[in-house]
Design a binder for this molecule. Structure first.
Ligand SMILES: *Cc1c(COP(=O)(O)O)cnc(C)c1O
Length: 393
């Protein structure tokens, strides 16, 4: 019996302009191909220390308990929720998109008594709305999403964190999409716990979840009456590996950590401010280009995420056909709508490495070719001219 060996992995070249993963810098991929060492090798321990230090810089925090969970963004979410919540605790989750909904579900699975406040997809919460819920429910933890990748909406957190503290609760923020692309100020805003992911604006392959915990949330974890109901994300154990006595907990994904190390070096080398400005500029150019050919955003400009552009699919245009043409003919990936926005919006990511002038111009040019195929009328070149006007200042 002869068995054929399948061919080796040879992925097509893509331009990743969806909701993540984003384009990865060759520097990060090269770092990941470096020789694997042991998870307790002094060299790797040094890499871990440097990772923690760089993560504190991008989270803008002094929090000692800052590290990368071995898992994707959702695992970061579970780590935060499971460690802060004990069965029976009240958790308030603000749901205005898929990821808020996911956090509520994780809360329920952690045994919390979850209450939610909800807003239509694309809208954000006001401090008044959050305060009313705080008053009524007196939760222990408030979960909220900073950058809702499912809708393209940005939730300001500054005032909300202060309010949450006034009611003696902890604020847990989902910063999966914002970290590295938008200002994140853990200490200044007073965020008690936050999680992120590597494959959005940090432009590292998916696989790790940066997390950070304020001294207040560490105190809450230290006073737990019962062990965390997940052994794998129990931070009282993971902490000893990242600091403390370096006790073995699980085998760290060594090469993923190399990748994140290089990705964070990239971010800090560019500088946070410069990086945020770049994300804003490319968002503005894309928006000007799309507006010039009659494509509207699904979110108000003042609440728009620069790294995730949720736009309305024009009447009569076949969502799937356009995305398939972009992918097959031009190698460009954009995202479909999620939840109630499925079939109605496209999610165009300009995250990390993918947030660049050449991607914006290429995408507009290709879209100008795809849309008229389905009878959409536009002035040829209008989107590119409008984007170029933004770049010209
Ligand atoms: C992508 C994303 C997640 C989930 O992260 P995974 O890496 O897919 O597990 C959670 N929250 C937000 C806001 C995201 O964009």
């Amino acid at each position: 019996m002869s068995e054929e060996i399948v061919p080796p992995v040879r992925p097509p070249r893509r331009i990743l302009m969806g909701p993540g993963p984003s384009d990865i810098s060759p520097r990060v991929l090269a770092a990941m191909a470096a020789p694997t060492v042991g998870h307790l090798d002094p060299y790797f321990l040094k890499i871990m220390d440097e990772l923690q230090q760089m993560l504190r810089q991008v989270f803008r925090t002094e929090n000692r308990l800052t590290l990368a969970i071995s898992g994707t963004g959702s695992d970061g979410m579970e780590a935060c929720v499971f460690n802060l919540i004990e069965p029976g605790d009240k958790m308030l989750v603000c749901v205005n998109g898929v990821f808020g909904g996911r956090m509520a579900e994780v809360g329920r699975r952690a045994g919390a008594e979850v209450v939610t406040i909800e807003k239509p997809f694309g809208e954000i919460f006001t401090t008044t709305e959050v305060e009313a819920a705080l008053k009524e429910h007196q939760p222990k933890v408030v979960g909220i999403v900073h950058a809702e990748t499912s809708t393209g909406a940005l939730q300001p957190l500054h005032h909300i964190a202060k309010l949450v503290h006034k009611y003696d609760a902890l604020i847990l923020a989902d910063m999966v999409t914002s970290l590295g692309g938008l200002p994140v100020e853990i200490d200044e805003w007073g965020i008690d716990a936050a999680y992120s992911g590597t494959q959005k604006c940090l432009s590292c392959p998916p696989g790790l979840a940066p997390v950070t915990f304020s001294p207040r949330s560490v105190e809450v974890m230290d006073k737990r009456k019962e062990p965390v109901r997940s052994w794998y994300v129990d931070l009282s154990l993971i902490r000893n590996y990242w600091g403390g006595n370096r006790a073995y907990h699980h085998t760290a994904p060594i090469n993923m950590n190399y990748g994140l190390h290089e990705a964070l070096r990239n971010v800090l080398e560019e500088g946070l401010e410069a990086r945020f400005e770049r994300h804003q500029l490319n968002h503005k150019a894309l928006k000007a280009g799309l507006s010039a050919i009659g494509i509207e955003y699904a979110v108000e400009e003042e609440n728009s995420l620069p790294m995730l552009n949720a736009v309305k699919i024009p009447e009569g245009i076949d969502d799937k056909k356009v995305r398939a043409q972009l992918l097959n003919q031009f190698g460009i990936e954009i995202g479909a709508g999620l939840g109630p926005m499925a079939g109605k919006t496209w999610r165009i990511g300009l995250m990390g490495e993918a947030s660049r002038e050449s991607n914006v111009l290429l995408f507009l040019a290709t879209l100008e070719q795809c849309l008229p195929k389905q009878g959409y009328e536009l002035t040829p070149g209008a989107s590119i001219a409008a984007a170029n006007k933004v770049y010209a200042g």
